[in-house]
Design a protein around this ligand. Structure first.
Ligand SMILES: [Zn+2]
Length: 179
């Protein structure tokens, strides 16, 4: 996965962030079978100014098109401060930009291989299996996929998570680990 070179010349996203995204995806692809079409730099609008990265399984036409998006409206001057504040406050599991990217890739693996006509039902099932107590962020959203991605980050650092969250990570993410 290469970051399109025009993102470097367009500005908005610092080159070191683009480098990090490209490097982390390449590292992840050595560890996991990852089917990701592209990385897209996109304006997410005023209501999403706090979003840095986002994984989406579908494109605007509703077709399967898994990509990671980088928000060109995000103020990247704040990124390291926001990470520190959210991590130290227990809001997010992620401590580094690398871990933020890997969180999105955890979403990609969670939804990877789910047929388009099963996507909504699959997401509803994840929400039924929601596990409390992984991070404040996933608890606030009560979102099953977020609890899994947040648990994935903690498990990668060797930290403990509720047993049910660990089982979900094993079932939905580790299944894509390369032997
Ligand atoms: Zn997430």
């Amino acid at each position: 996965m290469k970051i399109p070179s025009e993102y470097y010349s367009q500005g908005g996203i610092p080159p070191d962030v683009l480098d990090t995204v490209g490097r982390v995806i390449a590292e992840f692809e050595r560890e996991y079978t990852l089917n990701l079409n592209d990385v897209v730099a996109e304006s997410m609008g005023s209501e999403n100014q706090g979003v840095v990265f986002q994984y989406r399984p579908l494109n605007k036409s509703g077709a399967t098109d898994p990509r990671v998006y980088i928000n060109t409206d995000y103020n990247f001057d704040n990124l390291r401060f926001a990470l520190k504040r959210n991590f130290e406050g227990g809001v997010l599991s992620e401590r580094t930009i690398d871990e933020l990217v890997r969180h999105e890739l955890a979403h990609a693996l969670t939804f990877q291989g789910v047929p388009l006509n099963r996507l909504n039902a699959f997401n509803a099932e994840l929400n039924e299996e929601f596990v409390r107590g992984v991070s404040l962020y996933s608890d606030r959203l009560r979102d099953g996929a977020e609890a899994i991605a947040e648990a994935f980050t903690k498990l990668e650092r060797g930290e403990s998570v509720p047993e049910e969250a660990k089982l979900l990570v094993e079932r939905l993410i580790y299944r894509w680990r390369k032997k």
